[in-house]
Design a protein around this ligand. Structure first.
Ligand SMILES: *[C@@H]1O[C@H](CO)[C@@H](O)[C@H](O)[C@H]1NC(C)=O
Length: 427
C-alpha cells in the first residue's frame, strides 16, 4: 500500500496480489479520494527486449471516494467498461514505438514487472505528470518450486519444467508455431499448474547441418519418449499441445505415430490440412504453394496470410481424423486471419462423425478472437513482424482479432484448457 498526499486528501492504491502468476486476477482498489474524483489508472511495463508498453483507463470515484475497478466502468482509455484485468490485457506499445511488436517473455526465471499508477484527472499522456500513488506488481510464469532444465539429449532442443514436489506428474509436450526458437513461457505456466511440460523447438534444429534438412517424425517421438521415461513423469499420462504450425504435428503424430500416443491433445488455431505422407520440408512447401502470402492490407502494410483454403477434398492432404483415438480439444478464434482454424474444425468434425469418434472432440470457438491465443491477460497482437518458417523472409503477419473479445477468449480458453488437461491427465 502506497500513500501519497494529493492536496488536502490522501490517495491509497492497493493492487493484490503484488506477486503472482500471470494468469491470476488482480484486485485494484483506490481509496480516500474525494467523491466523484476524476482519476486515471495506468499500467506500465518494460519487456525483456527493452520496449515500453502501457495501458490506461479513466474512472470516477464513488460516493465514498473509493474505486474498485472490478465494479466501476472505465469511461475511456485503452479499454471501456467494467474490466478488472483491462489494465493488463489492453497494454500496448507506447506511442512512437517500432511497429510490429509482440510481447513475449524470454526469460521465465524473472517476473514481468508492471507499475500500476494513479493520476489526477483523465489523462492520455503521462510524461512529467505527477503520480498520486503507484505500486509495482510482479507477474510470474514460473511458480515457486518449479524446476527448469535445458534438455539436449537425443538431439533435442528443449526445456523441461517440473512442478514443485516429488511427482510423478502427468506431462505435456508443448509445440509453438512456425516462428521457431525455444519459447518457454507457456510450458513454465503449465508446470506452475501441476504438469511436467517440455517446450520443444522443432524449427531451428536440423537433422543434418550440411543439408539444412528439417527434423522428421522421429524428433517428436524422441521428445515424447524422453518425457514418458522421465522418473518424475507418469509415463501413461503424456499429452500434446500445439499452436498454429504446432497443431500440424500434434494431429499428425496423434493419428499416425506408433510411438507417440498422446493421452489427450490440445490444438490451438491450427489445421489438419497437410500432405500426410510428407516430411516437414514437404509440408512447408505445400503451405508455401497453397497459402496466400504477401498481400497488402487496407493500411498498405505487407501482410502474411497462410490461409490453406479451400479445405482440400483429397484425403492425401488431410490428417485422417478417424485415426485419432484420444480426447481432442480444438481452440480457435473466429477472426483468425492467418490459418483456417474454423474451416478446418468443421471439416475435422465431419470426418470424426463419419468415423464414429466424434465423442472425443471438444471445440471452443470465440467470436472476434484472432490467431494468437495466449495465456490470459497477455496483450492482443493483431499484426506483428514475423520470420516465415519456410522462406525465412521477414514479413508483417496479420493475426486478426479485436482486443477486448480476444481477451475474453484467452481467459475462457485457458481455464477450459486446464480443466480439459486435469480431467484427462489427472482423473
Ligand atoms: C464505494 O466503493 C467501495 C469499494 O468498492 C465500497 O466499499 C463502498 O461501499 C462504495 N460506496 C458506495 C456508496 O457505493
Amino acid at each position: 500500500m502506497v500513500i501519497m498526499s494529493f492536496g488536502h486528501c490522501n490517495v491509497k492504491l492497493s493492487v493484490t496480489p503484488c506477486r503472482g502468476l500471470v494468469d491470476e486476477k488482480l484486485v485494484i482498489l483506490v481509496q480516500s479520494t474525494l467523491p466523484g474524483a476524476r482519476l486515471t489508472l495506468r499500467a506500465f511495463h518494460r519487456c525483456d527486449d527493452g520496449h515500453e508498453w502501457e495501458a490506461f483507463a479513466h474512472y470516477l470515484t464513488n460516493a465514498t471516494g473509493c474505486l474498485d475497478i472490478s465494479e466501476e466502468p472505465s469511461l475511456g482509455g485503452t479499454y471501456y467498461g467494467v474490466e478488472p484485468m483491462g489494465l493488463l490485457w489492453s497494454i500496448r506499445p507506447v506511442l512512437g514505438s517500432k511497429p510490429g511488436l509482440r510481447m513475449r517473455k524470454m526469460n521465465v526465471e524473472t517476473p514481468m514487472e508492471f507499475t500500476i499508477s494513479v493520476y489526477q484527472d483523465h489523462l492520455t499522456e503521462f510524461k512529467e505528470k505527477a503520480v498520486l500513488a503507484s505500486q509495482l506488481v510482479e507477474r510470474w510464469y514460473m511458480a515457486p518450486g518449479v524446476l527448469r532444465t535445458p534438455i539436449m539429449e537425443h538431439g533435442l532442443t528443449a526445456t523441461l519444467f517440473l512442478p514443485s514436489g516429488p511427482g510423478p506428474f502427468p506431462a505435456i509436450l508443448d509445440l509453438w508455431g512456425g516462428g521457431g526458437q525455444l519459447v518457454e513461457y507457456r510450458a513454465s505456466l503449465l508446470a506452475s499448474h501441476g504438469f511436467a511440460s517440455l517446450a520443444l523447438d522443432y524449427i531451428t534444429p536440423k537433422i543434418s547441418v550440411e543439408t539444412g534438412k528439417p527434423v522428421d517424425n522421429t524428433y517428436f517421438e524422441n521428445a515424447f519418449t524422453f518425457l514418458q521415461q522421465h522418473p518424475r513423469v507418469m509415463g501413461e499420462r503424456v499429452a500434446m499441445l500445439g499452436l498454429s504450425f504446432g497443431v500440424s504435428f500434434t494431429l499428425k503424430m496423434a493419428a499416425y505415430s506408433h510411438v507417440l500416443k498422446p493421452k489427450c491433445a490440445v490444438c490451438i488455431s491450427g489445421s489438419h490440412v497437410q500432405p500426410t505422407e510428407g516430411t516437414m520440408a514437404d509440408i512447408l512447401s505445400y503451405f508455401d504453394r497453397n497459402g496466400h502470402k504477401a498481400q497488402l492490407n487496407d493500411k498498405n502494410e505487407v501482410i502474411m496470410r497462410n490461409l490453406l483454403l479451400p479445405i482440400p477434398a483429397d484425403p492425401a492432404y488431410k490428417v485422417d481424423m478417424g485415426r485419432v483415438k484420444c480426447p481432442l480439444l480444438l481452440v480457435m478464434g473466429e477472426d483468425d486471419q492467418n490459418w483456417p482454424a474454423c474451416e478446418s474444425a468443421a471439416d475435422m468434425k465431419e470426418m470424426m462423425e463419419r468415423a464414429g469418434n466424434l465423442h472425443l472432440l471438444t471445440i471452443l470457438s470465440y467470436p472476434n478472437a484472432g490467431h494468437l491465443l495466449e495465456p490470459p491477460y497477455s496483450p492482443h497482437t493483431r499484426v506483428s513482424s514475423f520470420r516465415s518458417v519456410g522462406t525465412r523472409e521477414k514479413v508483417t503477419a496479420l493475426w486478426g482479432g479485436e482486443c477486448a473479445a480476444h481477451a475474453v477468449a484467452q481467459e475462457d480458453a485457458w481455464k477450459k484448457t486446464l480443466e480439459f488437461l486435469r480431467h484427462n491427465l489427472y482423473a
